[in-house]
Design a protein around this ligand. Structure first.
Ligand code: NOJ
Length: 744
């Protein structure tokens, strides 16, 4: 057999191995549950069944139009089997009581809520947490959130949001893990583990809901809810893996997205829900729509009315209708007309009931309604300490000239800016049951030091009358700390921006302060990458702090004073201008790669191609060096012939702390497949390790690249490796990399 033929066979075998749908980690119903579900199902009327496929918001909140009022009557009649936006043990108990005492079959309700980065103790926004590159910290944050939420009556959260975001105009980048697929997968897994805990059914475990399936993070022009379209190759390679990772980590539920993909809205998309999610990934939980997204398929123009929309949805694989009241109003009629079948409805109900049994709600429908537990758990000192820890880890030092940071004891600080003593924005968007007044502002965090304070200006608006006082105080200080950014509601859902600068006159304020000649430390608070080239150039130091939550002020003060040495790295590229957007590090090569000396290459005539700050970038109060990068391929020998099947590359590198203080470094590993059957990215993250090094300490780190890491969708759309040369790159960000080549 020729080597070529052998390799082809090896590819075939490897693709078979990789498409095995089920792994041990997917959610699987526990023993005995199906029998209980079937017994219950056999007693249910069609209306009661449809009720289990129905989810309504209470009047405590909504994130869209309230199509259906009177949810309490719907619970009582069995027409609504699940609720969201109700929490606290008291309220949940009151509603659950209606379900289990006043309905015929006494089926308990699920209680969902958007617990995105904390319930009462608010952690950094997810994009901020992603900047920690600390999977344990991210898991811990999700664990604390779940512990609090379940103590307050909840058993289902609409998280994690794992949509890859490469366009900072899209406001929802704040809710995700950033632009990178590999990092996004690891974060998705960590969050699912944190939310669902050791096992569903434990009193502090809740159902995770992976969202928004699929591709919601790629709306054209960054405008929320807009069309999504891209090749299937691109979609599978960059956008789908984090959803799959979450499913394979055991996520029990999945939420559809508002967008269409390839012309078919996700909520009616059989290719996504049936082929990919259920058949390829072996998902056995239930699928819920996003808010009224069944109804919105009428606006999409793929169905003529709500009834048809419901049919499209159920036939595609949607189990539960969030807030659209479409299943409730039309599914019975659709069944009578033969447009959907009894078997399809039964299957959806089975999926929902299984998880109610799994949670133990039939044994104790009030298991999340213990007021004493609620009191002891919410906002506990331990939870706040965890929030402070994660918050410090999420801060990214973007610039530090003249060793402006850390601040020195005894320095007189002019603390300026609309966010310097603000609390209301610190909990960010999607802040659960968080109370902004509970937040520690930066002014409070810095208390005890000599502070001069002036607001300078508002977040928005043209008023510059506060500048004079700010400049007067700056002149009297040793160092200026100016706190600027976005308002919390400027990102998140329905908050796309066409401009990525600082709103209002904030940039002018910073530039005026710079003119005083004092060192100016800019503290940014925002939910997306900003384009701030003038500040990037002129400020002395810049700290990206996102919205850090309850403990924001303490965490930032820890970093400003060097109590904690910053270790965060950007999970998204920061552009120089909106014109560069979408901009991300792992672009594919072109036929005319960038060459500064040649006009006829892929570039701008009025801007560099390079970003302001690249993906993976972040400084420390110390420095690190990288040496001795080595990579060796390991081919498995199969029947006497070397093959790529199960191929691995072993990588090692030595990292040294070359500065004077201890510090953490995120050691990042990227690969490039130099020649492929299709164009390959110029870099792809495939591993990282976060390590703490003492001054002068050197550590050797080892990575193993597996066959899966080297695989991609080849020209014929099979997933696997190809022989050839790879570049292996290791470093502290996606641009500062040492390289070595290796051949497979
Ligand atoms: C709409 C949002 O897109 C989704 O993320 C959220 O979970 C639901 N509303 C429920 O609030």
């Amino acid at each position: 057999m020729t080597l070529f033929r052998f390799i082809k066979i090896a590819f075939f075998l490897s693709s078979l191995w990789l498409i095995q749908p089920a792994t041990a980690q997917n959610y699987r119903p526990s023993a005995g549950i199906d029998a209980r579900v079937d017994a219950l199902l056999s007693r249910m009327t069609l209306d009661e069944k449809i009720g289990q496929l129905t989810l309504y918001t209470t009047d405590w909140g909504s994130t869209g139009p309230t199509i259906r009022e009177g949810y309490k009557n719907d619970i009582r009649s069995g027409a609504c089997g699940n609720l969201f936006n109700s929490h606290t043990t008291e309220f949940v108990r009151e509603l659950q009581k209606v379900a289990v005492e006043e309905t015929r079959l006494k089926i308990p309700l699920l209680f969902g809520f958007d617990v995105i980065h904390g319930y009462k103790t608010i952690f950094p926004i997810p994009l901020g947490e992603a900047a920690s590159w600390d999977l344990e910290a991210i898991e811990k944050s999700a664990r604390v959130a779940a512990t609090e939420a379940t103590a307050a009556g909840l058993n289902w959260t609409y998280a994690p949001m794992v949509d890859i975001g490469r366009d900072p105009r899209w406001g929802r980048v704040m809710e995700g893990g950033g632009e990178d697929t590999w990092l996004g997968c690891r974060i998705a897994e960590a969050r699912v583990r944190g939310i669902q805990g050791k096992k569903l059914g434990d009193p502090d475990a809740m159902l995770a809901c992976v969202k928004h399936f699929a591709g919601y993070g790629a709306p054209i022009a960054g405008r929320d809810y807009n069309t999504v379209d891209m090749s299937e190759r691109y979609f599978r390679e960059y956008y789908l893996p984090p959803y799959e990772a979450a499913v394979r980590a055991g996520a029990a539920t999945v939420m559809t997205s508002f967008n269409d993909y390839d012309g078919v809205p996700a909520t009616g998309n059989k290719f996504l829900l049936d082929q990919i999610l259920r058949k390829e990934w072996g998902f056995e939980g239930f699928v819920v729509t996003d808010y009224t997204s069944i109804n919105e398929m009428v606006n999409h123009g793929v169905v003529a009315n709500d009834k048809e929309a419901g049919e499209l949805s159920l036939n595609a694989g949607v189990d539960m209708d969030m807030q659209g009241a479409v299943y409730q109003r039309f599914l019975k009629q659709s069944m009578q007309e033969g447009k959907v079948t009894q078997a399809q409805i039964d299957e959806g109900v089975r999926r929902v009931l299984r998880l109610k049994f799994e949670l133990g709600l039939f044994e104790d429908p009030y298991k999340y309604c213990n007021a004493a537990r609620e009191k002891a758990t919410l906002f506990s000192p331990e939870n706040r300490a965890a929030a402070r820890d994660v918050a410090r880890k999420s801060i990214v030092l973007l610039k530090n000239e003249k060793q402006a940071l850390p601040l020195k004891k005894g320095q007189k600080i002019a603390l300026i800016g609309p966010l310097a003593e603000n609390k209301s924005e610190l909990i960010g968007n999607w802040n659960g049951a968080g109370n902004a007044n509970d937040c520690v502002s930066l002014r409070e965090g810095l208390a005890g030091n000599e502070l001069l304070f002036a607001k300078g200006c508002d977040l928005v608006g043209e008023d510059k009358t506060g500048f004079a006082e700010a400049l007067r105080l700056a002149a009297q200080s040793d160092v200026v700390v100016v706190v600027v950014g976005e308002g919390a509601m400027m990102s998140g859902e329905a908050a796309a921006r066409a401009d990525l600068g600082l709103p209002g006159v904030q940039e002018d304020l910073v530039l005026e302060l710079v003119k005083t000649g004092k060192p100016v430390v800019v503290v940014l608070m925002n939910g997306r990458p900003l384009a701030i080239p003038r500040i990037a150039e002129s400020a002395t130091a810049i700290l990206e702090t996102w919205w850090l939550g309850t403990e924001a002020g303490n965490a930032i003060a820890d970093v400003l004073y060097g109590v904690y040495n910053p270790s965060g790295k950007l999970p998204m590229t920061f552009p120089r201008s909106v014109g560069q957007v979408p901009i991300f590090y792992n672009e594919r090569n072109t036929g005319r790669p960038y060459d500064p000396n040649s006009k006829w290459t892929s570039k701008y005539i009025d801007s560099p191609n390079s970003p302001q700050w690249p993906f993976g970038f972040g400084l420390s109060y110390t420095t690190f060096s990288y040496k001795e990068l080595k990579a060796s391929p390991e081919l498995t020998v199969l029947r006497g012939t070397p093959t790529l099947e199960r191929a691995r590359i072993q990588v090692s590198v030595q990292v040294t702390n070359t500065g004077k203080v201890a510090g953490e470094e995120v050691v990042q590993l990227y690969i490039r497949d130099l020649v492929g059957s299709v164009t390959r990215p110029v870099k792809e993250l495939k591993g990282f390790k976060k390590i703490l090094l003492q001054p002068g300490e050197t550590r050797e780190l080892k990575f193993t690249l597996t066959e899966k890491d080297l695989s991609f969708y080849r020209r014929d759309m099979t997933f696997g490796t190809e022989p050839g040369e790879y570049e292996i790159m290791v470093g502290g960000d996606s641009e500062a990399l040492t390289k070595v080549k290796v051949k497979l």
